[in-house]
Design a protein. Structure first.
Lengths: 336, 336
DNA sequence: CTGAAAGCGCTAACAG
DNA sequence: CTGTTAGCGCTTTCAG
């Protein structure tokens, strides 16, 4: 049996309240008893039961994290950021991978509720009305990570995906490309999907390249295979000079397909990715991509959530972190 | 305030014990009251407090997971496997990334203990004596994932890394390679590190190629950069015909360096990886590698742990799952 | 079948 | 300063 506060009290020959005190307000206990208690704790290797504490404080120092698909390389750093921030403030993370399945999401939210997590980090998926209702019913602090919601007043932290995609496409255009295509992600995804597609469209519009707007192929979340979408894009738009990919993995798949077909990158086609995952530095050629501060997004989100949990006020609802373009070797300037 | 069992009882005009009964032994309550209670639960959206329950049952349906470095692409699938198996049995996962820092490990183990997790999944790091003592002190069921321990009687599930590495190198040798090198992982790591190196050595020994045994370069966990180790290997052993990499990411880095230097793969050098991460299908050329069933390892480990938690007996202590070699395009047969 | 009461491990008044 | 007591939300005897 694990030792309880009672065991410590008995061994130290004090009441349980005294033991409780040396743990929570050591100064309120006379030295002699305090050391006796400390000795007993040490001897018994006593550690307080967080369940009992949680029951009283109504606080568990635990955060529930929801992730749509943990296989996306993107999350590793986001999670590290969350974890580091949480750890620093004494919180643990319960991580749930919903595999893009709404039934699982709801079931996980229930579990979070029952386990009395103090708040929720909801990652990169859209907040649909029924999700919102559920989230709202739980009445728990929540922050959206790498996603946001314009319909609802939910705090969030992410980059400006539309703007970043716009910047990427603009970069291609300013490098002389006029025939541009895109490998997008399903539009129902309101982070890698819709906004990045919208940024693409805005850049086209701004530079009178709207003829390119159908040069797009979309991958579906639950079946996506970068090689397959890449193939279909090549079939669909054989004569483009540049392709913007909504996710680095699509770009890597495209690089592979292009190579198979003997198409040279960047000589024949420029390829641009999005996310700047670690592998992006090792592709052949090295991938030009949009960098987003994944670690910081996770970190900031966790800090923001904890601030809300602890009732500190947090004036900005929707936070946007800066993005950048990392120019490597998969794109080139097109001479006219 | 969240509704409690008392609120339900009041609304349904029964005692709290009755409410408790409809949740745990519905048949022991007469229909009329049962429906009244059910209605009240529905109306109040009542959900029991898992803390209070855990306090009584001494069970939280929560598993603590320790991971050395979540950035390793390898873990995504292992975690999915764990998660799916855990979810199926009604367990949640608290995931902690120790970033290869033993202080963090100890601190996380304490948290697990205080939060009364029912068991621990300890992933891919060696079990040093002080770790073992700590683990042992907690007296919690534990299973080692993608690692094992010969010194201690701890249950584990993994592939046979030494044998897999041996098979990989043997494959190279049987394809005519005689000058073979290896990019290894620090030997203190007893999964990707030592055993894979030992497998390499055994193959060399068996085929009288011991002259190759110094063609090795090791990456360090906390600073590893695949491109840097790859560079150093090329410097050290410029005239080998094949390189076995202990981790796919090293192979990908090597592919990149080799390409930079104009060395053709597999024409000039064959490259072999280990793990078969998703990206391995998209490299240029596509990577020949050792496949390990990551999802299944995670799944099996979680099942094994839960079985132990629930007191079922589990005859095999150390489980080994099958591995395989996936031959793609980064290796070639060397004609003599 | 059902309610009252005790108790899981801990904290927080409240007296003393 | 310290012990006693009540109670966090729930389950489980134990009577009735």
């Amino acid at each position: 049996m694990k030792p309880t506060i009672r065991d410590v009290a008995n061994l130290a020959k004090v009441s349980i309240s005294t033991v409780s005190r040396v743990m929570n307000a050591p100064d309120s206990v006379v030295e002699s008893k305090r050391t006796r208690v400390l000795d007993a704790i040490e001897k018994l290797k006593y550690q307080p039961n967080a369940l009992a504490r949680g029951l009283i404080y109504k606080k568990t120092n635990t955060i529930g994290v929801v992730i749509p698909d943990i296989r996306n390389a993107y999350y590793a750093d986001v999670l590290r950021g969350m974890e580091d921030a949480a750890d620093k403030r004494g919180f643990s993370l319960i991580i749930s991978n919903m595999d893009r399945d709404r039934k699982r999401l709801f079931s996980y939210l229930n579990t979070f509720y029952e386990k009395q997590v103090d708040g929720i980090l909801y990652t990169s998926d859209s907040v649909f009305p029924d999700y919102y209702n559920e989230l709202n019913r739980l009445k728990m602090p929540i922050v959206l990570v790498a996603t946001h919601s314009m319909e609802y007043e939910l705090p969030s932290v992410k980059i400006d995906d539309e703007q970043a995609a716009y910047d990427a496409v603009k970069f291609l255009i300013e490098n002389g490309h006029r025939k541009i295509a895109m490998i997008g992600f399903e539009l129902s995804d309101n982070i890698s999907g819709l906004p990045r597609y919208q940024g693409f469209l805005r850049a086209l519009r701004e530079y009178d390249l709207e003829s390119c707007k159908d040069n797009v192929v979309f991958a579906n979340g639950w079946t996506y295979d970068a090689l397959v979408v890449a193939e279909s894009l090549i079939e669909k738009c054989p004569d483009v000079t540049a392709v913007f990919c909504a996710v680095d993995e699509f770009a890597i798949g495209l690089l592979s397909c292009l190579h198979e077909r003997g198409v040279k990158v960047p000589d024949d086609i420029s390829v641009m990715g999005f996310d700047n995952i670690r592998m992006a530095r090792m592709t052949i050629p090295k991938l030009t991509t949009v960098a987003q501060p994944m670690y910081e997004i996770g970190q900031r989100a966790a800090e923001k959530l904890i601030a809300r949990i602890e009732g500190q006020d947090d004036p900005v609802l929707r936070e946007y972190l800066p993005h950048g373009i990392v120019v490597r070797a998969s794109t080139r300037r097109l001479e006219r």
